[in-house]
Write a protein that binds this ligand. Structure first.
Ligand SMILES: *Cc1c(COP(=O)(O)O)cnc(C)c1O
Length: 391
């Protein structure tokens, strides 16, 4: 809970939400499959005092994960959503509606932008996209009806770092809520709620679940945002299947340890890629060469396994030759699991507030838990194929 700030993250991840004495001493809670929950008598039913009342409203399995998320986020409360995207849309719908305006970083996760441009628009929410590097300058974009500022730091393809405290100060002066998608860092490496956010969300599909075997989202809120968040969750009828909640809980226990290995291997590989002539830029916020490195060092205490490279200018065939032949990097969306992944991304086709000018190709890598020496060898062979195909 919010009153345990002295526990360090790994200790919270290990213990939060566990109640072995409630379950005959078993360390983990059972997976409660259930819709109907019965009451002993009408009085209890009418009193509203029974802890569990209906499957959609929670079970001891969901309570365990929610308590752990609340503790690691330093939040007043949290809800679980059936996917990361559903966490993003629930957070927005909790604080914005008909006639409201939201400011959204131009580096936002693509499907969140798609939601705002389609259903959000249809429901009367107007979105303006802003330069992720805007900082305190966000003040100039705030309108009387601006209800939320949406932040993602760093962006999950292009890795711009955002000045959350400066953005939050301007937003709060105007009475707007601040929502942060913290999927990349997780609360182990960055605490949005302690840096000015009102709502901190994660695609728990990624590092929380950690094994590429379930979809899950978490949304944590401070006191101010909790009631609207819980209301939206109930009104939308959201519910996560207990097996997936359990996989989230199971993944969370080892998240800190896994993240530190992802971090070490990703940094080693990112530094090596910086020395390669095929690579024009490495977009990794923890590298001194990254334009957001000062903000990273000020606000974050670690980096995860996801970063991008920009290749030297070459035909797309060179990137295909490189990626198609990789042995350990799967070609796939998502990330945060134990395995390495690669994906080609084209920010030019997505941006509206900023212009992406790098002439090379953006290749995003997720560095998994393989031995980094094997990953370097795999990438080295890939870069040789890149060169052969680039001519
Ligand atoms: C993957 C992702 C999401 C969406 O999560 P899903 O579980 O795939 O719906 C949201 N935000 C970011 C930054 C992501 O990388």
């Amino acid at each position: 809970m919010a009153d345990t700030p002295k526990q360090r993250p790994d200790t919270i991840l290990t213990h939060a939400g566990l109640k072995p004495r409630d379950f005959q001493g078993f360390v983990n809670p059972p997976v409660f499959h259930g819709s109907t929950v019965t009451f002993p008598d009408v009085d209890t039913m009418l009193s509203g005092k029974q802890t569990y009342t209906y499957g959609r409203h929670g079970s001891p399995t969901t309570t365990a994960l929610i308590e752990a998320i609340v503790a690691i986020e330093g939040a007043a409360g949290a809800v679980l959503c059936p996917s990361g995207l559903s966490a993003c849309t629930t957070a927005i719908l909790a604080v914005a509606g008909m006639g409201d305006h939201v400011l959204v970083t131009d580096s936002v996760y693509g499907p969140t932008r798609n939601f705002l441009n389609t259903m959000g628009k249809r429901f009367g929410i107007e979105a303006t996209y802003y330069d992720p590097l805007i900082g305190a300058g966000i003040r100039d974009l705030i309108r009387p009806n601006t209800k939320a500022v949406y932040v993602e730091t760093p962006g999950s393809h292009t890795f711009e770092m955002q000045d959350l405290p400066a953005i939050a100060a301007a937003a709060h002066e105007a009475g707007a809520f601040v929502i942060v998608d913290n999927t990349w860092a997780t609360p182990v490496f960055f605490s949005p709620l302690q840096h000015g956010a009102d709502i901190s969300l994660m695609a728990a599909t990624k590092y929380v679940v950690g094994h590429s075997d379930a979809m899950l989202g978490t949304v944590a809120a401070n006191e101010r945002a909790l009631k609207p968040l819980k209301d939206a969750f109930v009104q939308l009828g959201l519910s996560v299947g207990p097996d997936d909640v359990y996989l989230g809980l199971r993944g969370l226990r080892t998240m800190g340890t896994r993240l530190r290995q992802h971090e070490a291997s990703a940094l080693q590989i990112a530094r090596w890629l910086e020395t390669r002539p095929e690579v024009a830029r490495v977009l990794h916020p923890a590298l001194p060469s990254h334009p957001g490195n000062d903000l990273f060092r000020r606000d974050f205490c670690g980096s995860s396994g996801l970063f991008s490279i920009v290749t030297r200018e070459a035909p797309i065939g060179a990137v295909k030759a490189m990626l198609d032949g990789l042995k350990y990097f799967g070609l796939g969306y998502s990330w945060g699991g134990f395995e390495s992944l690669a994906v080609v991304s084209d920010p030019r086709r997505i941006r509206t507030a900023t212009t992406w000018t790098d002439p090379g190709h953006v290749v995003r890598l997720h560095i998994g838990l393989e031995d980094p020496a094997d990953l370097v060898a795999d990438l080295e062979a890939g870069l040789e194929r890149f060169n052969a195909a680039a001519g």
